[in-house]
Design a binder for this molecule. Structure first.
Ligand code: OGA
Ligand code: MN
Length: 224
């Protein structure tokens, strides 16, 4: 019923979409990012959508920037609200499992050394935004690869809310991605500044990051 067309699975390799993963790997190799419409498998998209809809407002927290004691809320930068995804829910577990398959595939193909994955639901109320930013900074890089997918059935192109992906610091035009149900965007976290434009209706996304291991000694790097 929801407008989620997905790639046919590759037959014997159940639940593992080799064609799609290969396309993402090729895109990343060639240009550092990948935009794949209707890529999220329908059963995962529907499960995430249902869970997202059932999240009551108090499960969401105002988003901020930075981690741990560096965390600050700032309306200058972003006005969305977020809820971290754990494997406790069925939907969360399916999503994390699928991302784990992508992680293994990309590690084999591109030697990225992806080590862990963290992700959250995000809700942008009408008018909410996330100004131009990087998901990771050179040097302190542990977020290597960013992933975003969308849970907005029947999103109209006139409703705004595009993700704008910029090639570099000088690019003022960027590539606009409409937050269509099940579209998947993957990009190198340090390479692409990006922003979320305000929308006319509530906008739901899942944003995630693959990280490399930056643990020192027995001090395991906290996931967030
Ligand atoms: C983010 C982000 C993009 C989107 O959460 O860091 O850039 O389209 N999200 O929701
Ligand atoms: Mn971002």
């Amino acid at each position: 019923m929801l407008a989620a067309k997905h790639f046919p699975s590759s037959g014997c390799n159940s639940g593992f979409d080799e064609t799609l993963f290969q396309q993402i790997a090729d895109d990343l190799r060639e240009k550092g990012f990948s935009v794949r419409p209707a890529a999220l498998p329908e059963h995962i998209a529907n499960a995430l959508y249902a869970q997202q809809q059932s999240l009551s407002d108090h499960k969401y927290a105002d988003a901020g920037i930075g981690r741990g004691t560096n965390f600050v809320k700032t309306e200058f930068v972003r006005t969305d609200e977020i809820c971290w995804i754990t494997g406790e829910s069925n939907a969360g577990a399916q999503w994390i499992d699928w991302m784990g398959q992508l992680q293994r595939f990309l590690n084999q193909q591109l030697f990225l050394g992806l080590f862990s994955f963290e992700s959250h639901f995000a809700h942008y109320e009408p008018g909410a935004y996330y100004k131009r930013h990087y998901d990771a900074f050179r040097g302190e890089a542990n977020r290597v690869l960013s992933v975003v997918t969308y849970l907005n059935p029947a999103w109209g192109h006139e409703e705004g809310g595009e993700l704008v992906l910029y090639r570099d610091d000088h690019d003022r035009t960027g590539l606009k991605v409409v937050p269509l149900f099940g579209s998947l965007v993957v990009f190198l976290s340090e390479e692409f500044p990006h922003e979320v434009l305000p929308a006319r209706r509530d906008r739901y996304s899942v944003a995630g990051w693959f990280r490399v291991n930056t643990s020192i000694g027995n001090n395991i790097d906290p996931p967030r």
